[in-house]
Write a new protein. Structure first.
Length: 203
């Protein structure tokens, strides 16, 4: 796989897992009583907090696997199954309903939790990062992945920044179609992770 294809796969996987478009209505509801400046600041805080949290697991994830004696092949299979479960929820629109249940009552504090953690920087995004990080062993490659991660969260910030107009532009039907499309792409990536893990474990 070429570096460009690898970068695109990483961006698509993270964007699908973070799902800022699906979280935009929740962000808009959680910050409905805030000023425009307050919404901007909250969106910035969510992006920064999610980035720091994911970088921590990105850097330490492989070491944690080695500490517990878990092979990368086994983690690829388990991670692929987890990502496929998330993709299944996205295709059948179950993830949006679960997000709405987790946010509870709208409020400014809920824009950082659970929107930042665990809805954005959640198990799925962390798993995808660790899976891709395990395929690289050079500082330059890891730095490139962190840069792509930052670009993904920058895209999430832009979506949150324009959450209101975007929600009106797409409508419920548009959000559903986009979410299902991302879910199908994520399911394909998940199957590839499982296939790679099985091939690595095969004698």
């Amino acid at each position: 796989m070429s570096p460009a294809h690898f970068a695109v796969n990483f961006f698509v996987a993270l964007f699908a897992l973070i799902d800022p478009v699906g979280s935009a209505p929740l962000f808009a509801a959680a910050t409905a009583d805030a000023t425009a400046a307050g919404r901007r600041l909250t969106a910035v805080y969510i992006a920064i907090f999610s980035f720091v949290f994911m970088v921590f697991f990105f850097v330490t994830g492989v070491s944690l696997l080695r500490f517990f004696g878990i092979s990368l092949a086994a983690f690829r299979i388990a991670g692929g199954l987890l990502l496929f479960a998330i993709a299944f929820e996205m295709v059948f629109q179950r993830r949006t309903e679960r997000k709405a249940d987790q946010t509870g009552q709208p409020g400014a504090a809920l824009a950082t939790f659970p929107l930042a953690i665990p809805l954005m920087a959640g198990p799925g995004a962390i798993t995808a990062m660790m899976l891709l990080a395990s395929q690289l062993d050079t500082p330059m490659g890891l730095a490139a992945l962190i840069a792509i991660m930052g670009a993904t969260l920058l895209a999430a910030y832009i979506v949150f920044r324009f959450a209101g107009p975007l929600e009106r532009l797409l409508g419920r039907q548009g959000e559903a179609v986009l979410g299902r499309l991302l879910g199908v792409l994520l399911a394909a990536l998940a199957v590839q992770y499982v296939a790679d893990g099985v091939r690595a474990l095969a004698p």
